[in-house]
Design a protein around this ligand. Structure first.
Ligand code: FOL
Length: 216
């Protein structure tokens, strides 16, 4: 029987925890930050327990419908990852995507339901024989909040953008001031992500990568 899946939230935020503005990201395009997002959410660690059958391992991303809308159409579904969109009307979303003939995206009515669908890939392998390794919650605010209510959400990858931008959407937890979360060491972060994580500056914006694990 497969291991239960846990959830990792991944986000970038300003010093005031701003994550969005007017349906998009608040900062000018930061290619190295987006590169980090893409590599980390795509990478399947080689330490993953090898399965006996010849199943292809990949990760999954869970996002809200507004985040789906914010991704440039040419980049969605995010490739190499199973995409699950959370919406109050999953049937309508699937029908709409079907019209565009899109593949590789599913819809669910809640974050919990999304996680159940992904667990299903592992317990009842389908036609494609995909095995889900890591599950990333990629926003937005409503979906991060819903995920944080679940005990399976045990890790956060936070990129600290060290400059304030005007925002209308915020992450609800100050991880450095919450007793529920403990910041991991740089070594633990690099181990888990497989990334070198020196601070970066791009377009005059400095940012730094961090990881937090839930205590208890
Ligand atoms: N987490 C972090 N650290 N940075 C982010 O920018 C971020 N963004 C979201 C969620 N978590 C994040 C949500 N917004 C794409 C666009 C917007 C988006 C997430 C992903 C996107 O198009 N990604 C492509 C790469 C695009 C490119 O190379 O420019 C992908 O394949 O992941």
């Amino acid at each position: 029987t497969p291991q239960p899946l846990s959830l990792t939230l991944i986000l970038a935020a300003t010093p005031s925890l701003g994550i969005g503005r007017a349906g998009t990201l608040p900062w000018p395009q930061l290619r190295k930050e987006m590169g980090y997002f893409k590599r980390v959410t795509s990478r399947v660690p080689s330490s993953a327990s090898p399965s006996t059958s010849a199943r292809r391992k990949c990760n999954a991303v869970v996002m809200g419908r507004k985040t789906w809308d914010s991704i440039p159409p040419k980049f969605r579904p995010l490739d190499g990852r199973v995409n699950v969109v959370v919406t109050r009307t999953p049937e309508a979303f699937v029908a709409q995507q079907g019209d565009e003939g899109r593949d590789g995206v599913e819809a669910a009515g809640s974050v919990g339901a999304a996680l159940e669908r992904l667990q299903n890939y592992n317990s009842q392998p389908g036609e494609e024989g995909l095995e889900i390794e890591r599950v990333f919650v990629i926003g937005g605010a409503t979906i991060y909040n819903a995920a944080l209510q679940l005990p399976q959400a045990d890790r956060v990858l936070l990129t600290k953008i060290e400059k304030d931008f005007e925002c209308d959407t915020f992450f609800s937890v100050d991880l450095d001031r919450s007793g529920e979360w403990k910041r991991s060491t740089k070594e633990e972060l690099e181990d888990w992500t497989g990334e070198k994580t020196e601070p970066v500056e791009e377009k005059g914006v400095r940012f730094e990568f961090g990881m937090y694990e839930r205590v208890t």
